[in-house]
Ligand binder design. Structure first.
Ligand SMILES: C[S@@+](CC[C@H](N)C(=O)[O-])C[C@H]1O[C@@H](n2cnc3c(N)ncnc32)[C@H](O)[C@@H]1O
Length: 238
């Protein structure tokens, strides 16, 4: 399946979503390492697709799809699946993964902010571990765009590094997270990766995300905070 490329000019004040943010994912080796560290798990992808009600009659868009496992699994169950990412390297990896399984999702080199969805509105839009790449103002714009890709009643799923601790305990909680989550080099994301995440990327508080989701036109059906540093939101488009 050929890839669409929607990169086009924007006003000078527009967020540069193709400029790298945070940890380096800009080479084939970095992408392969990311996929290993992230621990791609097709069973977990399938469990999520089941929860989201994705069937062969569904249209799913995964925004910032990375190495593409969720998009590929959606395509393997017969859904019309779209994987969207700004990174050429990520899309190359994702496309090879799809070929390995004999499926042809639609791949789009595009961002949260400039992906222009063509065709029928989607039943499900997902984004995992990626919205934090945008500062808060742009997160709101991205969520409005995601709502615009979904049919009314459609499902929006967000998983990310999102903070639910009290701001007064932020320094202690973040230090704790970095110390416990960091793995030795070559065995997973390192302490330095988490330091870069907190310092250079744009994770924010859960109550800010909640307000943004509501503003974008979503009802939050369920939310979960399995760790004080991570959250998921399962939403319905009004
Ligand atoms: C940490 S990875 C997550 C990938 C995948 N969703 C996952 O769960 O493994 C972040 C992804 O966001 C992509 N990305 C960064 N900024 C983006 C933007 N503005 N729009 C779309 N994708 C973006 C990166 O290229 C990368 O593939």
């Amino acid at each position: 399946m050929p890839r669409s490329d929607t990169t086009h000019s924007r006003p000078a004040w527009y967020f540069r979503e193709y400029a790298p943010v945070g940890i380096d994912l800009g080479s084939t080796a970095a992408v392969a390492a990311y996929d290993r560290n992230q621990g791609t798990d097709f069973d977990a992808d399938d469990a999520l697709l089941d929860r989201l009600g994705v069937t062969e009659r569904s249209c799913l868009i995964d925004l910032a799809c990375g190495t593409g496992s969720l998009t590929v699994q959606a395509a393997r169950r017969g859904a019309v699946a779209h994987g969207v990412d700004v990174s050429e390297e990520m899309l190359t990896f994702a496309q090879a993964r799809a070929e390995q399984f004999g499926v042809s999702p639609h791949w789009h080199r595009a961002g949260f902010l400039d992906y222009a969805h063509c065709g029928p509105l989607a039943d499900v839009v997902t984004t995992k571990s990626a919205l934090h790449q945008l500062p808060d103002f742009w997160k709101q714009q991205a969520l409005c765009k995601a709502a615009g890709m979904l049919r009314p009643g459609g499902t929006f799923y967000l998983w990310d590094v999102i903070f639910s601790f009290e701001p007064t305990s932020a320094e202690e909680r973040l230090q704790q997270w970095i110390e416990t989550a960091g793995r030795p080099e070559g065995e997973g994301f390192t302490k330095s990766d988490f330091e870069v995440h907190v310092r250079d990327e744009f994770s924010t508080y859960a109550w800010i995300i909640e307000g943004m989701l509501q503003r974008a036109g979503f009802d939050i059906i369920t939310s979960a905070f399995p760790r004080p540093t991570h959250a998921e939101f399962y939403c319905r488009r009004r």
